[in-house]
Design a protein around this ligand. Structure first.
Ligand code: B12
Length: 360
């Protein structure tokens, strides 16, 4: 994908499929390899640990294949840094993780051609290096963030299961004139990131994360009437997540900022099939499309969506496509690689840039 040559792009697609195909056989093989060199592990591992070990190998292959496809080692560095924190909080020794990844690399190298291995190891080796040092390379806050007092209070309510109090806190602040954009960017977004960090470091459960996220979505819905304050601009935008992508709050926040700036917005939510998005654009005829991805293994899906939209019949003249979300924060030039017209780091920058790009 870093290469513009078409046959190289096809080669990357083939290698991507090959690596994903290894998810069927390799998890069990790596586990057996590891137990062979470490009988102590074999004796101490529970059924549950065995299951998780194999799932983790499968995840590694998912993230690896996409980073190799994109020719972006940064995406895999990010994942390995994340994995390090995640597994440390579950008390998995880093020595075991390193051994396991080295065994995986050897098995992958056995299954691939020398040319393929050059591409794979360019991505794999720097990430393995991160496991041997204390360094981490991550765009996600991995230490407790300095939350603004309001955000801290809001988070505390959510963690105590006090959804009503959290809601009143926000509604009162807004009724006293606090700008919605500030609430979004200094409360909801950092609180969501902090919730992610608490889950990653095993301090809250998946259930607690779901409760907090659901509560924030509810509060955002209560704020809906406050969005329609701006003068209408006679501009339309459609926002969507790529197929498989379940993180939808970022795309929704971006959409709400456009609405507050007087755009007519059409928010399609999580995991949309590409054909449906195209049909929707054909009907609505927007000037702008915002595509969101959070998981770094969804970059190829973003590229596919951008590509399909651009070549579909009946698209509006001068349609602009902006992409955003976590992978594009990790690899800052990736938006160009996927064929988008623009990228922005957050909802505010997104609408400011779109206002400049689409002039009526
Ligand atoms: C809530 C949540 C979920 C919910 C999502 C529910 C929902 N309705 O959205 C659920 C439970 C579904 C979920 C699932 C998973 N999650 Co999750 N999740 C989160 C969490 C805690 C918050 C996400 C969020 O709401 N962010 C708030 C929004 C406002 O921020 P944002 O998305 O970054 O958006 C801003 C910018 O990025 C940008 N932007 C976003 N999109 C776009 C688009 C355009 C065009 C533009 C210009 C800008 C832009 O603007 C936005 C507003 O300013 C994050 C933590 C985090 N750091 O994000 C983890 C997190 C993303 N999840 C994570 C993981 C691991 C998973 C799972 C793999 C867990 C699992 N084992 O199943 C799955 C994967 C699901 C999938 N296939 O998509 C990890 C990812 C780690 C990694 N290395 O990739 C994170 C980082 C948690 C962590 N710290 O470990 N998750």
């Amino acid at each position: 994908m870093t290469h513009t040559n078409k046959s190289m792009v096809d080669n990357n697609d083939i290698l991507n499929k090959k690596l994903l195909g290894l998810k069927i056989s390799l998890p069990a093989i790596i586990l057996a390899d590891h137990f062979r060199i470490r009988p102590d592990m074999q004796n101490s591992y529970s059924e549950h640990q065995i299951e998780n070990y194999q799932k983790d190998i499968s995840w590694v292959l998912t993230f690896l294949s996409e980073a190799v496809w994109a020719g972006q080692p940064a995406l895999f560095d990010e994942f390995i840094s994340w994995l390090k924190i995640f597994l440390s909080s579950l008390h998995v020794p880093m020595k075991d993780v390193r051994e396991s990844l080295e065994l995986l690399k050897n098995r992958i190298n056995d299954a691939c051609t020398p040319e393929e291995n050059t591409m794979i190891n360019t991505v794999f080796d720097p990430a393995l290096e991160l496991l041997t040092t204390k360094k981490e390379k991550t765009a996600i806050p991995s230490i407790e963030q300095e939350l603004q007092p309001m955000a801290r209070k809001y988070l505390d309510h959510l963690l105590k299961g006090q959804r009503n109090e959290a809601m009143y806190l926000i509604m009162n602040t807004v009724s006293q004139g606090a700008p919605i954009k500030d609430i979004y960017l200094t409360v909801f977004q950092p609180v969501q990131y902090e919730i992610g960090r608490l889950w990653q470091t095993n301090k809250i459960s998946v259930a607690q994360e779901h409760y907090c996220t659901g509560a924030t979505q509810l509060v955002m819905s209560q704020l809906y009437p406050y969005l329609f304050t701006g003068e209408k601009k006679n501009k339309k935008m459609v926002a969507t997540c790529v197929p498989g992508e379940l993180h939808e709050i970022g795309a929704r926040m971006v959409t709400d900022f456009f609405e507050m700036e007087g755009w007519d917005t059409y928010y399609l939510g999580a995991s949309n099939p590409i054909e449906g998005v195209i049909r929707y654009i054909q009907d609505i005829q927007p000037q702008f499309v915002a595509i969101s991805a959070t998981m770094t293994f969804h970059v190829s899906a973003v590229q596919e969506m951008v590509h399909q939209i651009k070549k579909a019949p009946g698209m509006p003249d001068n349609l602009k496509i902006m992409v955003g979300g976590y992978p594009f924060l990790v690899a800052r030039q990736l938006w160009k690689q996927v064929g988008a017209d623009a990228y922005a780091t957050n909802a505010l920058d997104a609408v400011n840039l779109a206002n400049k790009m689409v002039v009526q």
